[in-house]
Design a protein around this ligand. Structure first.
Ligand SMILES: [Fe+2]
Ligand SMILES: [Fe+2]
Length: 218
């Protein structure tokens, strides 16, 4: 199978799981103490982890186009972090006092930084993780709108989502270029699948332990 055919097939395979993840994220009544601020603090952690993973990978990825796409992602995710901080401040939180590393890094972060192959990195980090982010952010935007927080909704819809879409599309393009043989395609499929699985587990844990659903992605 050619790389572009493979990517279309993989996209179809994961689409259903992403939709499921979105449904889970928005399922049930939101607890009354589930404020936008609480969810934005979760977002800080996701943005920091996305920044750091891309930065770590950038240093030892050999393919120049992938290295540069990771560089752009580092900048974008750090910009998202800053934008979320600014919004938290507008909502009355001293976001500079928050350190998202306080409770450690997520299992997804540890899984991602352990990936050494370029194909796996593109499939997991850009293609799948950014796909997850798109679905979760959409769910978060709808939640903000339902609570009348138009400004936070606009930040996500107009500033953050276009970047996450770009990262995901870049993942598609690079996968089509590099996932050309059966071994590479099987590695890509496995990495994308594991990423979504971990995202599901983390989401479910957050819901069970802290009643957090509808949290934005990276
Ligand atoms: Fe992203
Ligand atoms: Fe982001």
């Amino acid at each position: 199978m050619r790389g572009d055919e493979f990517v279309s097939q993989l996209h179809q395979e994961i689409e259903e799981r992403l939709e499921h993840l979105g449904r889970l994220s928005g399922a049930g009544e939101a607890p009354v103490d589930l404020t936008i601020e609480r969810l934005l603090i979760v977002a800080l952690k996701n943005e920091l982890e996305a920044t750091e993973v891309a930065a770590i990978w950038m240093t030892d990825t050999q393919e120049l186009d992938v290295k540069l796409s990771l560089a752009r992602q580092v900048g974008d995710e750090a910009k998202h972090y800053r934008a979320v901080c600014d919004r938290l401040k507008e909502l009355g939180n001293d976001a500079d006092l928050i350190d998202p590393r306080q409770n450690g890094y997520s299992p997804l972060f540890h899984y991602l930084i352990g990936l050494k192959g370029t194909i796996q990195r593109i499939a997991a980090g850009q293609f799948a993780r950014e796909g997850v982010a798109l679905v979760r952010n959409q769910c978060f935007i709808e939640y903000c709108e339902s609570l009348g927080d138009i400004q936070t909704a606009a930040l996500y819809r107009d500033v953050i989502q276009p970047d996450e879409r770009h990262h995901h599309e870049l993942g598609r393009k690079l996968l089509a270029r590099y996932a050309e043989d059966p071994l590479a395609q099987s590695e890509a499929r496995q990495a994308a699948s594991r990423t979504i699985e971990l995202a599901e587990e983390i989401q479910e844990m957050a819901r069970l332990k802290a009643g957090v659903s509808r949290a934005p992605g990276c």
